[in-house]
Design a protein around this ligand. Structure first.
Ligand code: MLT
Length: 409
């Protein structure tokens, strides 16, 4: 009799974006002519910039001849990419990260989930609302008890991010071991400033906790005062792991390339209180379970850091930022209350007339044929809110906002 991992039975519903996909598919099946506009999942819509495509082709061409053919690469990633990341994403911002502290992977979603492999039973704190992967992967691995009537799991400390706190999570009121933070935030679009991050680093160092810092949307920060990496804060290399991705920065959602930074100074503890290097544990896990990202993909990712690549990816990001402006202007004209959208690609709006998030989802889909993401799908504190993405097509984004403005709310 093959036994299953019963933790999976505790999961409350299907994965948020699968549920949205299912409801949208059913609606289209029943209304095949409906002009549906998708502003739900944060999936990029512009093609890869030309210099990145050229590099991608070159990487593939190298596979053609015996001299330049590549078989298995280093599991942690090729040096040319790790060096470019260390210099451009960290060194240039005063954060000292050694290329060896960077692990190239096929996505931040996988890394934020897989990282739990190297940790034991811990007290987990997760900001609420949050990217659902943080909670679900903790349930899957057995770090929680069952869910209560609000769909919240026993054992998780939920850090409520509310309108009053500008959607920034409060410090835990007790000891926790692992803390998930996301800045710029998915879904609320709020960003932690230097002072905020200093408080978190201070807390984590005092408690010997580790911050799992998801910075997948850092490229959208436009305020020069805001930090792009937690490693810009002194002492963070003793208490944080950072997740980054080429998905939203350079349109790699379909290509797949990301990286995780684990400083060599970072320690975790065994039952007896002896310290161990987290870097070595992850290296062991990574080399055992992963064979690296394909060579042409890494060559394409490295092209993001060339002068041409930087300019072209900036143009793509500016296109999405202009979409965000169009969404915000439309919402303002329709008298919605909203947040985010400036240093982040997500706009977090308050539903009109105190509608629940899913009721608003249904209304938008059925009456205006627009797909968005219900705030409650990101956690209890997201109830009564709704997320729109700036990653859509320009004309469709404009059309969606015209429909929202014309509707009698
Ligand atoms: C989102 O819409 O929240 C993201 O696109 C999901 C993801 O990055 O996996």
């Amino acid at each position: 009799m093959a036994r299953i991992n019963e933790n999976y039975l505790k999961l409350q519903s299907r994965y948020l974006f699968s549920e949205i996909g299912k409801r949208t598919k059913n609606f289209i099946a029943a209304n095949p002519k409906a002009p549906v506009i998708r502003l739900g999942i944060g999936d990029t819509t512009l093609p890869l910039p030309p210099s990145i495509i050229d590099a991608f082709h070159k990487g593939i061409e190298e596979m053609k001849s015996k001299d330049s053919y590549k078989g298995y690469g280093p599991e942690q990633g090729y040096d040319f990419l790790r060096v470019a990341i260390a210099k451009n994403d960290f060194g240039s911002r005063g954060a000292k990260i050694d290329p060896e502290e960077i692990f190239i992977s096929d996505g931040s979603k996988c890394d934020t989930g897989n990282i739990l492999d190297i940790f034991g039973k811990n007290k987990i704190a997760i900001s609420d609302p949050a990217y659902p992967v943080y909670v679900d992967t903790n349930v899957m691995i057995g770090n929680t008890g069952p869910a209560n009537e609000f769909g919240e799991y026993e054992g998780i400390v939920y850090l409520r991010s509310t309108e009053q706190s500008e959607f920034k999570p409060p410090l835990p009121d007790r000891h926790v071991d692992l803390i998930y933070l996301c800045s710029p935030n998915n879904p609320t679009g709020s960003v932690l400033n230097r002072e905020d991050l200093k408080k978190w680093v201070e807390y984590a160092r005092k408690e010997k906790s580790i911050i799992l810092f998801d910075a997948a949307y850092e490229a959208f920060i436009e305020d020069p005062q805001l930090p792009h990496s937690i490693f810009e804060i002194e002492g963070a290399d003793e208490c944080a792991i950072e997740f980054r991705s080429f998905s939203k920065t350079a349109g790699f959602t379909g290509v797949r390339c990301a990286f995780t930074v684990i400083p060599k100074k970072l320690k975790g503890y065994d039952e007896k209180g002896n310290s161990h290097d987290i870097h070595s544990l992850w290296n062991r896990r990574h080399t055992t379970k992963f064979n690296g990202v394909s060579y042409p993909v890494q060559v394409a990712a490295a092209a993001v850091y060339t002068e041409e690549g930087k300019k072209q990816t900036r143009e793509v990001i500016n296109y999405y930022k202009e979409n965000a402006k169009i969404i915000m202007e439309g919402l303002k004209a329709a008298n919605f209350k909203f947040f985010g959208g400036i240093n982040a690609p997500y706009i977090w709006l308050k539903t009109p007339n105190n509608m629940s998030s899913w009721d608003f989802f249904d209304l938008l889909l059925q009456k205006l044929n627009i797909v968005g993401t219900p705030g409650s799908g990101f956690g209890r504190a997201g109830e009564g809110y709704f997320r729109l993405t700036a990653f859509g097509d320009r004309e469709k984004t404009k059309e969606a906002m015209e429909r929202i403005k014309a509707y009698k709310w």
